[in-house]
Design a protein around this ligand. Structure first.
Ligand SMILES: *[C@@H]1O[C@H](CO)[C@@H](O)[C@H](O)[C@H]1NC(C)=O
Ligand SMILES: *[C@@H]1O[C@H](CO)[C@@H](O)[C@H](O)[C@H]1NC(C)=O
Ligand SMILES: *[C@@H]1O[C@H](CO)[C@@H](O)[C@H](O)[C@H]1NC(C)=O
Ligand SMILES: *[C@@H]1O[C@H](CO)[C@@H](O)[C@H](O)[C@H]1NC(C)=O
Ligand SMILES: *[C@@H]1O[C@H](CO)[C@@H](O)[C@H](O)[C@H]1NC(C)=O
Ligand SMILES: [Zn+2]
Length: 297
């Protein structure tokens, strides 16, 4: 490849990164969440997941957890489903008030989408052979991705700044925006600084924390109200609360975010990745639970 070809490739990669940054945890974040989830799936749920995965996943859910970001140009209707905006400075979230797209269409937000794709999967899966009107492969990839997104605090940020997208900041010496810092930059800097740029090492460290430091909390993370298959509303409430406490704080437009911000926010990010992974697994286990009963009968 000539120099101009190389430059072009670099530009496309940079552009892709900017674009995916608008839409959710970056590729690494979603990969981490789905890898953690895989470790907590029941045998029955794992079998059901493998059956639904597209070939491109090569048998691994984590490989397709960024798929909804990749197809957003193609599926333009899906872009409002990655987040939910809340009223400025209220620091709270309410489904009825907040879950709609910019045209006001109800349920078109990340929590609405989580209900939608959970419903599609669970209505098809009391018996695995039942016909579905929906593409369940897509439903699985959307659900796995959106349970990740709803845990990114700025995916439940303020409407006025589009979840931090319009807050220009510097991340060390690089120009960025606050939303992108939380999707991608904190994780990237952590990889370089603490994990020798190795994602598997970072995943291992988070998994160790789940079994050691967070073992008391983990059952609470999984818990979902009476008989519910999925419960995204408390996750969204936690996110906006963390957005106010940690993401927006000391990150006004034009500020430079460095070690102080990075080191105090990284534990928040790592815990959100852990919670998202545990809750994705718990949700999939509940969705596919009836299949296990059938298999065991
Ligand atoms: C529900 O899923 C279908 C199929 O992907 C999609 O057309 C629809 O827009 C989704 N609605 C919401 C609120 O997620
Ligand atoms: C379901 O969605 C996947 C991913 O978009 C696609 O590859 C597959 O062809 C779809 N299946 C059907 C039956 O449309
Ligand atoms: C648990 O937390 C303590 C204190 O923050 C830390 O020193 C220790 O390394 C953590 N354990 C794991 C497995 O990360
Ligand atoms: C849970 O659902 C089952 C079956 O739909 C019902 O019999 C049971 O009473 C429900 N339990 C609670 C606590 O809502
Ligand atoms: C592990 O937990 C401790 C205490 O909660 C936290 O400070 C640290 O950042 C966590 N590390 C990882 C990799 O999750
Ligand atoms: Zn997303």
């Amino acid at each position: 490849m000539g120099v101009s070809g190389l430059l072009w490739t670099v530009r496309v990669l940079v552009l892709l990164q900017l674009v995916t940054g608008i839409l959710g945890w970056g590729k690494e974040g979603h990969y981490v969440i789905c890898k953690i989830a895989e470790g907590y799936l029941t045998a029955g749920a794992l079998a059901a997941v493998k059956e639904l995965l597209p070939e491109s996943a090569q048998g691994d859910l984590a490989n397709v957890c960024s798929w909804p970001d990749e197809i957003r140009f193609h599926y333009h209707w899906s872009s409002a489903l990655h987040y939910v905006d809340t009223p400025d400075f209220r620091c709270n979230y309410e489904y009825c008030r907040d879950c709609h797209d910019s045209a006001g269409r109800k349920d078109r937000c990340v929590t609405g989408a989580i209900y939608n794709y959970t419903y599609q999967l669970s209505s098809a899966y009391p018996n695995s052979n039942s016909f579905s009107d929906y593409n369940l492969t897509e439903a699985l990839m959307f659900l796995s991705h959106f349970i990740g997104d709803v845990h990114q605090p700025l995916h439940v940020g303020f409407l006025g700044d589009l979840g931090g997208n319009t807050i220009q900041v510097r991340w060390y010496r690089r120009k960025s925006n606050l939303h992108h810092v939380w999707d991608t930059m904190i994780i990237e800097s952590a990889l370089k600084t603490f994990y020798s740029s190795d994602l598997a090492t970072m995943i291992q460290a988070i998994q160790n924390n789940i079994t050691e430091n967070w073992s008391n909390q983990e059952p609470l993370w999984e818990h979902c109200g009476r008989n519910q298959t999925v419960c995204p509303n408390p996750y969204a409430s936690e996110s906006v609360s963390l957005a106010c406490k940690f993401a927006y704080r000391n990150a006004t437009p034009g500020s430079t975010l460095e070690d102080d911000y990075f080191l105090s926010r990284l534990p928040v990010v790592e815990k959100r990745l852990a919670q998202a992974g545990i809750r994705l697994a718990a949700t999939l286990n509940r969705i596919f639970a009836s299949q296990i009963e059938i298999a065991q009968a």
